[in-house]
Write a protein that binds this ligand. Structure first.
Ligand code: HEM
Length: 142
C-alpha cells in the first residue's frame, strides 16, 4: 500500500483520481455480477427437467455458455481491479475513524469472498462436466 498520491509516478490529477475511484467501484460491481451469474446458473440447473428433450438440452447448453462467459469475465475483472484498489487503498479508502482494525476487516471479508468464490468455482467445474456430456450426447447421431 502507498500513502499519498504520486508514489507510483502516476500523473495524479482529477481525471486519474476519478478513474481510480471508478475502477475501485467496478471491483464491487463485478462482484455483484459474479454473484448474480452464480445464482442464475444454480436456479437454471435446479429447474432443469430430468427428462429434457433435445431442444431443452440445446437451450440449456447455450444459457450455460452465456452465463459462464459473464462469470469468467467478472472474476477476471475483480482480480484486475483489486490490484489498483489495494495499491491506492490508503489514498481513497482508508478511514482514520476505523483505524488499523479495518485491515483485519478487509482480510476477513476477503477470506469469506475467496471461500464463496472457491465453492462456486468447484460447483461450476462439476456442472461443466455434465454440460460437456450433454453436448457430446447432442453431437452423437441417434
Ligand atoms: C474473488 C475475489 C474477490 C472478491 C469477490 C472481492 C470482493 C470485494 C468486495 C465485495 C469488496 C467491497 C467490500 C466493502 O466495501 O465492504 C472488496 C473490497 C476490496 N478488495 Fe476485493 N475481492 C476479491 C479479490 C480481491 C483481490 C485479489 C484484491 C487485491 C489484489 C482485492 C482488494 C480489495 C480492496 C483493497 C478492497 C477495499 C477494502 C475493503 O473494503 O474491503 N480484492 N472486494
Amino acid at each position: 500500500m502507498t500513502g499519498g498520491n504520486g508514489n507510483l509516478y502516476l500523473p495524479m490529477g482529477p481525471a486519474t483520481n476519478i478513474l481510480l475511484m471508478t475502477i475501485n467501484y467496478s471491483h464491487d460491481i463485478a462482484t455483484a455480477l459474479l454473484a448474480v451469474s452464480g445464482i442464475a446458473m444454480l436456479m437454471l440447473w435446479k429447474s432443469y427437467p430430468a427428462t429434457a428433450d433435445a431442444a431443452t438440452e440445446r437451450y440449456f447448453i447455450s444459457a450455460y455458455r452465456g452465463i459462464t462467459r459473464v462469470a469468467k469475465d467478472s472474476l477476471y475483472w475483480i482480480l484486475l481491479a483489486g490490484v489498483p484498489r489495494i495499491v491506492f487503498y490508503m489514498d481513497y479508502e482508508w478511514s482514520d475513524l476505523a483505524g488499523d482494525h479495518q485491515i483485519i476487516a478487509v482480510i476477513i471479508k476477503h477470506i469469506l469472498m475467496f471461500l464463496l468464490v472457491g465453492t462456486g468455482v468447484y460447483s461450476w467445474m462439476k456442472l461443466s462436466r455434465r454440460v460437456k456430456a450433454l453436448h457430446e450426447k447432442q453431437q452423437t447421431p441417434a
